[in-house]
Design a protein around this ligand. Structure first.
Ligand code: PLP
Length: 723
């Protein structure tokens, strides 16, 4: 029998767990999550899987008693060792390939960061990408700091009213209850910085999120000394009107630079993730001018420090402000700059002297960066076309390149899948585990990120058809049980009879088609139901049943998007699709993870070429869920004819109505002629060999290619380390 832990040992483990809970590293480490889930299974489930909240819910006495359980204490020790090894590792990609960044890091500015469901400060794909970028910067050990805003009310929570209409509500986040730490100054007091907004000096405080090895700083104006409307400035993601918006962007760009200076951080590159942060260029110029440079000199001096990523292939999607609003919001700031206002406006205009042209944040960013990129190859073409007038060169010479987006693989992989692959990697008795053990020195999390691992997917001696099919069943079952639980919760007036009814929702044997994303209208959520009668036949087919799981939020002011939601929920309740089509409310990272893992096919039917990249389909691949997509964004680069399903050709009609008609016909045709027959073509044991073959090929060709590990290396090699 083991001796009980001493007080000192207990203190060390308790302190270790507290430190761990305030580092989002646990969001991509399954064993760490299991520790917190073990301490309070219900708290874990109901408090957004939030380690900090779980530790606050469990008393210190209870925690100490748990730690007297040797088995649990050993698990804690193993996780803490892995965590500390991660933080202290010196032999890293970043130290080898970008060592200078450790002295002068990359400062990555983004209006949203989607890191975890407990910190809802992202509205959609842009934020998720920023979160995944930060996690991979940590894994690679780049010198990197993130800068964003702390939205106390975050992005809205979605509820559906009795008219099937989306309504929004907000759950204020208590900063002490989520993985944040206050940023202090040298005296141990709250660090306070100031930025001029409108006619006022606005103070802000700062919260630090530890994302593995890298810090993310979130600016927060909710301080008693500020006027109420400035206290509320950082309440909501993209909340309010364009006045709120420009003021948030002044805080992010100008305030963000001031914060970095206050912390003594001297970035080598300022990376603007979308135009929202582009005011940072004004502050960098102001610094140069304060040191005696002219306006023209300052522009030349700061441009080499800045890079810009554009995400928006729609003209209307770029932030634009009227000259009046610019003048109002920047008056005090610009008064100190001593530059004619029209020279500032010119920086945000394609035609500098056109007094009718609004000020565009993207134009500002493009004019004052050393390099700019789009987020997929096709989006690069679209962006070069869109901004050609800014450069006066032929379209193919417009200096906007592309780096295709990716996802942070370990963060997105579902727990049961991580466990599955880990078992495959450590299983004795086949040569594969020996190979990986030697090549990756037992570090299975780097093995799983590596192309070598995913290439093994085509090898039945590494994983058999039967095992893969069993995994798919397990994941589909997990999704269905999740969906039944959520639908019961969604139905507030559920009666005991409903429990039984909801427990029969969805069919574990049916081909399950998933669609979840923001309900921006260009994504055309209801497109598939244009073939309503045909779809009814498909779901009613007893031999070859098909079913649909939908989720997504429409922007609070997007009534067209809300009508799409209404239409789909209506079909799910009152049409012949009832029971075969469900809508899961309140789409977030957690819902996304359940869906991309549990569905068999991931439907993506944007109006081409408006999906700059898209990332949710990438999250599906590692779970054996295959893409079923228009040839837009990343799918154009990923699809090779055999690793999923394409909807239509690599081109599109110009007329929108024509495009919708053609795409809906192609969608239905691919579904009935390729997807359904392949899925239900079974051998005597009920195994769809050809389907699984395609699944293997999809995993082998897509997973390691569309990660932020690959993407951040590209940013580092192309842009960050070249300074
Ligand atoms: C991945 C993700 C997105 C982006 O998905 P797209 O396919 O790019 O539209 C949006 N929201 C959430 C919660 C996500 O997880």
């Amino acid at each position: 029998m083991k001796k009980p832990l001493t007080g000192a040992e207990l203190n060390e483990l308790v302190a270790g767990l507290n430190k761990l809970s305030r580092n989002l590293w646990w969001t991509w480490n399954q064993e760490a999550q299991d520790l917190f889930a073990h301490l309070s299974p219900r708290g874990w489930q109901n408090l957004f899987h939030n380690a900090v909240a779980v530790l606050r819910e469990v008393s210190e006495y209870e925690l100490r008693v748990h730690l007297q359980d040797n088995e649990f204490a050993d698990r804690v020790r193993v996780v803490l060792k892995e965590f500390n090894d991660y933080l202290n590792e010196q032999n890293t990609w970043g130290r080898k390939h970008a060592p200078k960044l450790h002295k002068n890091p990359v400062a990555y500015f983004s209006a949203e960061f989607g890191l975890h469901e407990s910190l809802p400060i992202a509205a959609g794909g842009l934020g998720i990408l920023a979160g995944d970028h930060s996690k991979s910067a940590s894994d690679l050990d780049l010198g990197f700091v993130g800068v964003g805003l702390f939205y106390r009310e975050g992005y809205f929570q979605q509820a559906i009213d009795s008219n099937n209409w989306q309504t929004e509500y907000y759950n204020p986040v208590d900063p002490h209850n989520v993985p944040l730490e206050p940023v202090l100054d040298a005296n141990g007091d709250r660090l306070i910085c100031t930025v001029e907004i409108g006619m006022s000096d606005v103070d802000f405080q700062v919260w630090r999120v530890n994302v593995g090895r890298v810090p993310l700083y979130l600016l927060d104006t909710n301080l008693p000394e500020n006027e109420q409307h400035f206290r509320d400035l950082t309440n909501r993601v993209y909340g309010g009107d364009s006045t709120t918006r420009i003021m948030q962007e002044i805080l992010l760009g100008i305030g963000g630079v001031r914060l970095l200076r206050a912390l003594g951080i001297a970035p080598s590159t300022f990376h603007m993730n979308e135009g929202h942060a582009a005011f940072l260029t004004l502050e960098l110029m102001r610094e140069k001018m304060a040191a005696g440079k002219t306006f023209a000199e300052a522009q030349k001096l700061i441009t080499p420090d800045c890079i810009f990523t554009t995400h928006t292939p729609v003209e209307a999607g770029h932030d634009r402000f009227t000259p009046e609003l610019m003048n109002y919001a920047l008056q005090r700031y610009l008064a100190n700059l001593n530059i004619p206002f029209k020279d500032i406006l010119a920086l945000g205009r394609v035609k500098p002297d056109d007094t009718h042209e609004p000020f565009c944040m993207t134009v500002l960013a493009l004019k004052l960066c050393r390099a700019a990129n789009a987020v997929s190859e096709l989006h690069g073409q679209v962006s070069r076309h869109m901004w050609q007038s800014l450069y006066n060169v032929p379209e193919d010479k417009v200096p906007i390149g592309h780096i295709t987006n990716g996802i942070h693989l370990l963060g997105w992989m579902k727990g049961s899948v991580r466990t599955f692959w880990r078992r495959k990697l450590t299983e004795n008795g086949n040569g594969h585990s020996k190979y990986f053990h030697e090549k990756f020195a037992g570090d299975w999390s780097s093995a799983i990120n590596h192309a070598d691992f995913w290439e093994k997917m085509t090898d039945p001696t590494f994983v058999s058809d039967e095992e893969l099919w069993a995994l798919r069943y397990k994941l589909r079952r997990e999704l269905i049980e999740f969906a039944r639980r959520r639908l019961l919760l969604q139905n507030q007036r559920a009666t005991p009879g409903d429990f039984i009814r909801f427990d029969h929702l969805l069919n574990p044997d049916a081909l399950t088609i998933g669609f979840a994303r923001r309900f921006a209208t260009y994504k055309r959520a209801p497109l598939i139901f244009q073939q309503f009668d045909n779809i009814v036949k498909l779901v009613r087919d007893k031999q070859r049943p098909v079913q649909f799981v939908f989720a997504g939020k429409a922007h609070p002011r997007d009534d067209d998007g809300k009508r799409f939601i209404q239409q789909i929920i209506h079909l799910s309740k009152h049409s012949e699709l009832a029971g075969h089509l469900i809508f899961i409310e309140n789409y977030d990272i957690h819902v996304a993870r359940q869906m991309v893992s549990g569905c068999d096919i991931w439907l993506n039917n944007p109006r081409r070429p408006l999906e700059a990249s898209g990332t949710s389909g990438m999250k599906a691949s590692c779970h054996g869920c295959m893409g079923f997509s228009i040839m837009d964004g990343w799918w154009r680069e990923g699809y090779d004819g055999k690793n999923g399903f394409s909807i239509g050709p690599d081109s599109h009609p110009n007329n929108i109505e024509e495009q919708d008609r053609v795409d809906s016909a192609n969608l239905y045709q691919t579904l009935t002629e390729q997807v359904v027959p392949l899925y239900f073509n079974r051998d005597v044991n009920g195994i769809p060999r050809e389907w699984i073959k395609r699944m293997r090929h999809s995993m082998a060709t897509l997973v390691s290619q569309f990660t932020t590990d690959r993407m951040v290396k590209e940013y580092a090699n192309k842009y960050y380390a070249t300074r």
